[in-house]
Write a protein that binds this ligand. Structure first.
Ligand SMILES: [Zn+2]
Length: 256
């Protein structure tokens, strides 16, 4: 990925939302003396722990909008979108994402901010180049933390952008309560507005154990306004949200 790496602070991982249990323990207690915690919410399917593997992901739709991609799940070899629109030389997106990018950029502009497109669609072959370049420069362990291996990148979907505050200047700021810089104001604006154009940040700060990648303020994936709103309501990571979309909704909470 384009921007320089920065160390991930040892931020505690907040519990997954959707759960009413404060403990993020992944395994249920088997203690017979434990008092059952009353919960109205049915069990939410959770993705497996982050690990490096090459499992072909499920493509629930032709546009691959719901595909889970991480360090474990990858696209079928050589997969590419059926259609791509060129926005700038070398910067292409699927048509619906291209429209949504233009709409979001216009809205940001109206708010006095500038959004630049740093990176868009990347083929599997090009991702080889990106990964190898990072591994050569910073070492393989560093590359694995920040750069998707070929086949694993959300950029290959043609539904993902790296955003900047100017051409070649990636957005590295986090949204903060009292933004002072242009980058911080942009980060705050995106956090408040991107979802209504259908964009979701894939790798929030302090979530690496759940997203599989270090924080990337610049990296946003298009899922469409209704799914982006649903993801916000679920208050979980995009990876976890997409995982729940792979399964039919529970018919009803079964209370034993
Ligand atoms: Zn990216």
């Amino acid at each position: 990925m384009v921007p320089t790496a920065h160390a991930l602070p040892p931020t505690p991982i907040p519990p997954a939302s959707g759960s009413t249990t404060p403990s993020p323990s992944p395994s249920p207690s088997t203690s017979s003396t434990a008092t059952p915690t009353p919960s109205a919410s049915p069990t939410v399917p959770r993705p497996p722990a982050c690990a490096f593997a090459d499992v072909t992901t499920v493509l629930p739709s032709g546009a691959a909008t719901l595909a889970v991609l991480d360090t474990r799940y990858r696209l079928p070899r050589g997969w590419r979108p059926a259609a791509l629109v060129e926005l700038q030389p070398g910067k292409r997106l699927q048509p619906q994402a291209a429209r949504a990018w233009q709409q979001m950029r216009s809205a940001a502009h109206a708010a006095g901010l500038r959004l630049a497109l740093i990176s868009a669609y990347r083929s599997e072959t090009y991702q080889h180049t990106v990964f190898n370049r990072s591994a050569k420069r910073n070492g393989r362990a560093h590359a694995l933390r920040y750069v998707a291996r070929p086949g694993h990148s959300e950029h290959q979907l043609g539904l993902t952008v790296d955003l900047g505050t100017a051409a070649g200047v990636a957005l590295e700021a986090e949204p903060v309560a009292h933004p002072k810089t242009r980058a911080q104001r942009t980060a705050v604006w995106l956090a408040a507005n991107a979802a209504r154009f259908g964009w979701v940040r894939s790798y929030p700060k302090g979530m690496q154990a759940r997203t599989c990648y270090a924080s990337e303020p610049w990296h946003w994936r298009y899922v469409g306004p209704s799914l982006a709103a649903a993801q916000q309501r679920q208050r979980t990571t995009l990876r976890e949200f997409l995982w729940t979309q792979r399964f039919p909704a529970p018919a009803a909470a079964v209370v034993p």
